[in-house]
Design a protein around this ligand. Structure first.
Ligand code: IPD
Ligand code: CA
Ligand code: CA
Length: 256
């Protein structure tokens, strides 16, 4: 299944690349939440191919009405993770595809066609970047950890969420090496998986933002949890915390 998925995702990557270098009309789903015809076009392309090729799976995708799609044997798709980057030609964007069998993680693929970086993992078989095995960093000292985060779209409308973001940064910034906000949750998780970041956290993520990245990160030796350190549940938890594992306890305690 993985080889077929990669072939289809690479074809979709060509559509993403074409869009990236062309002029785009933008529609607003919410105050800060953008969508373009490329998000919809790539999603339709992937859905059509996946449903034709993988008959035992449904597809849950960001720009679709998923009300009739039960999470079970599911391919969870974000056609462009990092749409704000895409619109502004920041090359930190990807297609994210996570496959779940009976709700359990199976395959994760994250593809950035601009930098030609393909991250992939299948449960029990390790994680790879362009065919080379990747592993999390071995850093144990939180003071030396490069931490990534993201700002939820709700920070423009919900004061509680905005205060939570600001307070967490205030707590964590003096205690770590530095903080990054590059604008793609799927790639953030892959950057922890490849050892670039020691940790990444964010609130209000959707299943399609992280469905692939959490599989890739766990196969690279990382840890994923919710705010109190317990297991992260896709579709349910507000906060996702992730790390190389070594700094996880510090991440949890510093975000309290
Ligand atoms: C967004 C990106 C961003 C994160 C947002 C996501 P989108 O996804 O992953 O990094 O901060 O929470 O919604 O809208 O570009 O697919
Ligand atoms: Ca996304
Ligand atoms: Ca998206």
């Amino acid at each position: 299944m993985k080889i077929k998925l990669i072939k289809i995702i690479k074809e979709a990557g060509e559509l993403l690349k074409d869009g990236y270098y062309s002029k785009k009309d933008v529609t607003f789903k919410a105050k800060k939440d953008l969508v373009t015809k490329y998000d919809i076009g790539i999603e339709n392309f992937l859905k059509e191919k996946f449903l034709a090729e993988f008959k035992d799976f449904n597809v849950i995708a960001e720009e679709s009405d998923n009300s009739n799609c039960k999470f079970a044997n599911s391919i969870i798709v974000d056609p462009i993770d990092g749409t704000t980057n895409f619109v502004n030609q920041v090359p930190h964007i990807c297609i994210s595809v996570g496959v779940y069998k009976d709700k359990k993680p199976y395959i994760g693929i994250v593809y950035n066609p601009i930098l030609d970086e393909l991250y992939e993992a299948e449960i029990g078989k390790g994680a790879f970047l362009n065919g080379e095995k990747i592993e999390v960093s071995k850093e144990e000292d939180f003071q030396k950890a490069l931490v990534s985060t993201g700002f939820p779209y709700t920070s423009g409308t919900c004061e509680d969420d905005l205060n939570d973001v600001v307070n967490k940064i205030k707590n964590i910034l003096p205690k770590c090496q530095d903080i990054r906000r590059l604008g793609s949750a799927a790639l953030d998780l892959c950057y922890v998986a490849r050892g670039t970041y020691e940790a990444y956290y964010e609130m209000n993520l959707k299943a399609w933002d992280v469905s692939a990245g959490i599989i890739i990160l766990s196969e690279a030796g990382g840890k994923i949890s919710t705010l109190d350190g317990s297991d992260y549940k896709l579709f349910e938890d507000k906060y996702l915390l992730s790390s190389n594992g070594y700094v996880h306890n510090s991440l949890v305690s510093n975000l309290k």
